[in-house]
Write a protein that binds this ligand. Structure first.
Ligand SMILES: Nc1ncnc2c1ncn2[C@@H]1O[C@H](COP(=O)(O)OP(=O)(O)OP(=O)(O)O)[C@@H](O)[C@H]1O
Ligand SMILES: [Mg+2]
Length: 344
């Protein structure tokens, strides 16, 4: 399968009052067509910074370095206006807080209809790009965008709201985003991404605001999107169990670095990094047959004051002198299973 998304050597720095600090420190990650890759880690580990850098949506006080190739095109180097063209049906993001991405002055039905129109226009452009032959004498008719807005396709929009289990979709479609609950807004966002049928979808904690039943339904819908449409999905979550339900591979982040990466089953059943083991040991139930929950001691580091050597060393019970002196790098220990730790 081809790589839909290829992140290499990605750094994200933020300017704060006193100095610049790095929130993402040399991340490499690929997602193939139809694959779901999970990104897990504690709060502040840099998950959203990676997601925003991929989408080229970082705030003004951030600077990204490295390469982010989406469908073979470099996003980091891309001027803002071109990046905009790639958002939509090329790639879409579902945010932790859906209010930031819904338009407050448009009814839900209009926003869903726009998604359908934007998908149609995108595929027209894509078609032109892919079987691009120079058309002598004037613009390609396939590129002409119809005058006026095509009639909204309420059936498809309502169907999408049905899919994400919004009770009474017709009623919800007639509302403005602020008239919906947080969970309903999140479902509208997800319905919108179904309508867009993006090639790459970045989902940042998409189900955190939902109850467990809806969460399970939405996860299976996301899986359907990757399986049926071949959408490449980056699924960000602080919950390694949720990631385990959807992702074929999982990347564990700590202090802006990927410290473990591998097939989900291998990482969950045979975690190699002490941090990953800590994350799994702190799962309330299930996996450990009633053993006492162990919390990882200490707290994640402040990115302004990272320790030298392995960034996890102050919290690690296996830390040796080398861990305090030497940085770590990912090594492949088993088939496709990588870990950044001096124990190996
Ligand atoms: N706009 C910003 N300005 C300055 N620092 C920022 C900014 N956004 C994030 N950071 C810092 O970058 C680091 C990584 O933050 P990020 O939001 O990427 O983490 P996260 O893993 O998504 O956390 P969470 O699970 O809480 O969403 C944190 O130390 C955070 O304080
Ligand atoms: Mg986040």
């Amino acid at each position: 399968m081809t790589d839909a998304l290829k992140v290499s050597g990605l750094w994200v720095d933020y300017r704060t009052k006193s100095a610049w600090a790095s929130a993402v420190r040399g991340v490499d990650l690929t997602v193939r067509e139809g694959e779901v890759v999970g990104v897990v880690g504690e709060s502040g580990s840099g998950k959203s910074s990676v997601a925003l850098a991929i989408m080229k949506l970082l705030p003004a006080n951030a600077k990204a370095r490295g390469r982010v190739e989406v469908l073979g095109k470099d996003m980091v180097g891309l001027p803002g206006k071109d990046a905009h063209r790639y958002r939509g049906s090329g790639m879409t993001m579902i945010f932790q807080e859906p209010m930031t991405s819904l338009n407050p002055v448009m009814r839900v039905s209009e926003q869903l209809s726009e998604a359908v129109v934007s998908r149609a226009e995108h595929y027209k452009l894509e078609m032109f790009r892919y079987d691009s032959v120079a058309v002598p004498g004037g613009p390609d008719p396939r590129l002409s965008i119809p005058q006026g807005r095509p009639a909204p396709p309420p059936k498809e929009a309502i169907e999408a709201l049905h899919q994400v289990r919004i009770g009474d979709p017709e009623r919800a479609a007639a509302k403005y985003p602020h008239e919906l609950s947080g969970g309903e807004r999140q479902r509208v966002m997800i319905a919108m991404s179904f309508l867009l049928r993006p090639r790459v979808l970045v989902a940042d904690e998409p189900t955190t605001a939902l109850d467990v039943t809806t969460q399970a339904q939405v996860l299976s819908l996301l899986l359907g999107l990757s399986r049926d449409e071949g959408t490449a999905i980056i699924f960000v979550s602080h919950d390694i169990l949720v990631v385990g339900q959807v992702a074929q591979r999982v990347a564990v982040m700590y202090a802006g670095e990927i410290v473990e990466l591998g097939p989900t089953e291998a990482v969950l059943k045979n975690p190699l990094h002490p941090y990953t083991r800590g994350l799994i040991a702190s799962i309330p139930s299930g996996f450990k047959g009633g053993k006492r929950i162990e919390q990882i001691p200490g707290a994640p580091p402040d990115i302004m004051r990272l320790p030298s050597g392995c960034k996890f060393n102050p919290r690690c019970k296996f830390a040796m002198d080398r861990c305090r002196a030497e940085e770590t790098a990912l090594k492949e220990l088993e088939d496709d299973h990588f870990v950044a730790c001096h124990l190996y």
